[in-house]
Design a protein around this ligand. Structure first.
Ligand SMILES: Cc1cc2nc3c(=O)[nH]c(=O)nc-3n(C[C@H](O)[C@H](O)[C@H](O)COP(=O)(O)OP(=O)(O)OC[C@H]3O[C@@H](n4cnc5c(N)ncnc54)[C@H](O)[C@@H]3O)c2cc1C
Length: 383
């Protein structure tokens, strides 16, 4: 494992940092969050930099970037906000899944529309009655000739309310199969009759926005099935480690930016005749936080390296997600204490970090679920 970045990786990081400074600095992300808008230049800018095609091979229309390159982008975007990082990750991950498992037309769609930034993807896995226990999903798809009639409800479908978005929807096609069998992946156009998307009011993450999706006998063409029928669970799992690793990049960037912002404040703000950062109580807390962030970064880079070597990294991916998300929450909590009254004002970027960090240990698999996976890898039967 090499701890240095190549010149190309350094260049990619610098480009991403420049993108955040010019297109989506934290103050802008905060404003978009408050207005609940996602500006078109965000997706277009990412597509113009070829970030959506980065992980695909040259023959597939990409640049052959690996997990580490993807983390570097997510990390820089996370400095803007985790929500902005998700604008990238939330399209990239289902894009890779559909491209790997899809038919020729689906692959063309990913190559020509999604990689070019003209079209987005959202993921509909969770339901009102099934979040951590995702395989308990009940939205059904019944075959009717060359179509599926889909009925049920999805929850937390992030980005599904934006224009030009297709929902990668996990449905139950085999009601009599065992729980993890009988699940299939369907591409659903949310403008299909019988599909209704409703925005969910939330504490944060208002840029992409998250939604409930209702299906009432919606007819979806059979050719929208991605991968083999009844093997959707396998399809979903095929990218789960990569997803954990890249979202950890987003948490790391957000945590580091939160620390940098509180450091700036701690240098400028004076109390008792000295900068507050010189009080050992705060200095040590910030030193501990930098140590935590670096530990999370090492875990994420290790998992990325394992993935790039084609080695298993279920345990390491869960450790990275667990540590990265918990560290972002800890960073925002400390940031509020260091910035004190200033942080509590909703005009501060810190208050925005605090709001959006809370969900880090919930979305993308809760901390308890990550710990279960790690404990199982240790031979414990943790439920
Ligand atoms: C902002 C946001 C964006 C999201 N985006 C998407 C998306 O785009 N697509 C999508 O499909 N889903 C999405 N989700 C859903 C997300 O994956 C779930 O919220 C998450 O998996 C937790 O499910 P739940 O909220 O139903 O909580 P529950 O599963 O009901 O869990 C409640 C509590 O019980 C604990 N718990 C549950 N089971 C166990 C266990 N076995 N051991 C120990 N503790 C346990 C949990 O850790 C948690 O603390 C999003 C959620 C949020 C909040």
């Amino acid at each position: 494992m090499d701890f240095g970045l190549t010149d190309e990786q350094e260049m990619l990081r610098a480009t991403a940092r420049d993108f955040v400074a010019k297109v989506c600095p934290p103050e802008k992300a905060k404003q978009w969050d408050e207005e609940g808008v996602v500006p078109p230049e965000l997706f277009k800018g990412m597509a113009d930099l070829d970030w959506f095609s980065l992980p695909f091979t040259e023959e597939e229309g990409g640049d052959g970037g690996g997990p580490l390159e993807l983390i570097l982008i997510a990390e820089e975007l996370g400095r803007s906000s985790f929500d902005v990082a998700m604008c990238y990750i939330g399209v990239l991950i289902p894009g890779i899944t559909v491209f790997r498992w899809g038919n020729d037309e689906q692959r063309r769609f990913i190559r020509e529309e999604v990689m070019a930034g003209r079209h987005r993807l959202a993921v509909g896995l969770s339901e009102p009655e099934s979040g951590s226990d995702a395989a308990a999903l009940r939205t059904t798809a019944v075959e009717r000739g060359d179509q599926f009639a889909v009925s049920g409800q999805k929850a937390w479908c992030t980005g599904a309310g934006l224009p030009n978005t297709t929902i990668a929807t996990y449905v139950r096609t085999g009601p009599r199969e065992p729980k993890h069998g009988g699940i299939s992946l369907l591409l659903v156009d949310p403008t299909t009759p019988g599909v209704e998307v409703r925005r969910t009011p939330t504490l944060a993450r208002h840029i992409l926005g998250t939604n409930e999706v209702f299906f009432n006998e919606a007819l979806i063409p059979r050719e929208n099935l991605v991968g083999p029928r009844d093997e959707g669970w396998k399809v979903m799992l095929s990218n789960i480690e990569l997803e954990k690793v890249i979202i950890t990049g987003g948490y790391l960037g957000a945590a580091q930016a939160t620390l940098d912002e509180m450091l700036d404040y701690a240098r400028q703000r004076h109390a008792f005749g000295r900068p507050i950062g010189n009080f050992q109580a705060l200095a040590h807390a910030m030193a501990d936080l930098q140590t935590e962030i670096d530990s999370a970064r090492m875990l994420a880079y290790r998992a990325a390296w394992l993935l790039s070597q084609g080695k298993p990294c279920t345990r390491e991916g869960s450790m990275a997600k667990l540590k990265g998300s918990e560290t972002y929450v800890a960073a925002a909590r400390l940031g509020m204490q260091v910035c004190a009254g200033h942080g509590f004002s909703t005009e501060s970027v810190m208050s925005f970090r605090y709001r959006e960090s809370i969900v880090a240990t919930i979305s993308g698999g809760t901390s308890q679920i990550q710990r279960n996976g790690i404990a199982r890898s240790m031979g414990l039967r943790s439920y």
